[in-house]
Design a binder for this molecule. Structure first.
Ligand code: SF4
Ligand code: SF4
Length: 268
């Protein structure tokens, strides 16, 4: 924590960045919240511990945050993967954000360029957490009808609060389909069919883009495993189109690259 505060102070005092986006203690002591340190004094409020799991990269897409000037971003692994995907989707130019990764030993590593982020990620373990993998394996093994019943029951609990959308760094459209009311594609009220529509539409929009940060499920007040639903779509995109989002800046992700030899057996 001290090393992070020291680094943040040095960056702000030198004028290298205008803001350090990190974490501070939440009003609930068990949770951390996002914090924007804009001067040396404010860096004393930065923390980094087990409570700091939210993917803060989502703030980089907000116009009011962009207006603050160059940012240093305290990054958990999911946030580093998001920077890679932002680069692929042309949402972020190289060297416009300084990524700060905190090692298990508490050291702060500066990653000023996409190439440095890519190199850092290459040394980290890939894939889901053991808990996510275990739950996904359990769901995968269910017969088709039981799997359908599982997801129908999960999604029926959705209260359409859209916290998942707010937390997700890759839900950055300025106008979401859920906010369109002429025609109204997704009903406002919570009901099983509309909930299914909302969550399936969101999952389809994230197919091949989701970086497995888990922030959507963490934010969901109903504890719905939308992280796993989105992972399954990413897994399908990866199996069919070979792209693994979040590990490189190569512009070959499934939804942006047209290849004449793409499989088309799903078109009837
Ligand atoms: S869908 Fe969920 S897990 Fe995937 S990038 Fe968005 S917040 Fe992260
Ligand atoms: S956070 Fe959960 S309850 Fe809220 S809209 Fe998303 S899935 Fe539904």
């Amino acid at each position: 924590m001290e090393a992070l505060q020291k680094k943040a102070r040095a960056l702000l005092e030198a004028g290298t960045v205008k803001v350090v986006i990190g974490y501070t203690a939440g009003t609930d002591v068990e949770r951390a919240r996002a914090f924007f340190a804009r001067n040396a004094e404010q860096t004393q409020q930065l923390i980094f511990d087990a409570r700091c799991c939210q993917n803060l990269a989502t703030y980089l897409m907000k116009p009011e945050v962009k207006a603050l000037g160059k940012a240093a971003l305290v990054c958990v692994p999911g946030a580093l993967r998001t920077l890679m995907q932002y680069a692929v989707e042309n949402q972020l130019a190289d060297e416009t954000v300084l990524a700060l990764a905190v090692t298990d030993a508490g050291e702060v590593v500066e990653l000023p360029k996409f190439a440095a982020v890519e190199e850092y990620l290459a040394k980290m373990p890939r894939g889901l957490t053991p808990e996510q993998q275990q739950e996904l394996d359990r769901i995968d093994k269910l017969p088709l009808e039981e799997r359908w019943a599982f997801w129908a029951a999960e999604l029926a609990r959705c209260v359409k609060c859209y916290a998942c959308r707010a937390a997700c760094p890759l839900c950055y459209c300025s106008r979401c389909i859920t906010d369109v009311n002429q025609p109204q594609w997704v009903p406002v009220a919570s009901d099983p069919l509309g909930n299914l529509e909302w969550n399936v539409v969101r999952a389809m929009h994230l197919a091949g883009r989701c970086v497995d940060c888990g922030s959507c499920a963490d934010a969901c007040p109903e504890g719905i495993r939308i992280d796993l639903l989105n992972h399954v779509l990413a897994r399908e995109a990866s199996a069919h189109f070979g792209a693994e989002p979040g590990y490189s800046t190569r512009k070959d992700y499934a939804l942006s690259a047209y290849k004449p030899d793409d499989k088309e057996e799903f078109i009837r």
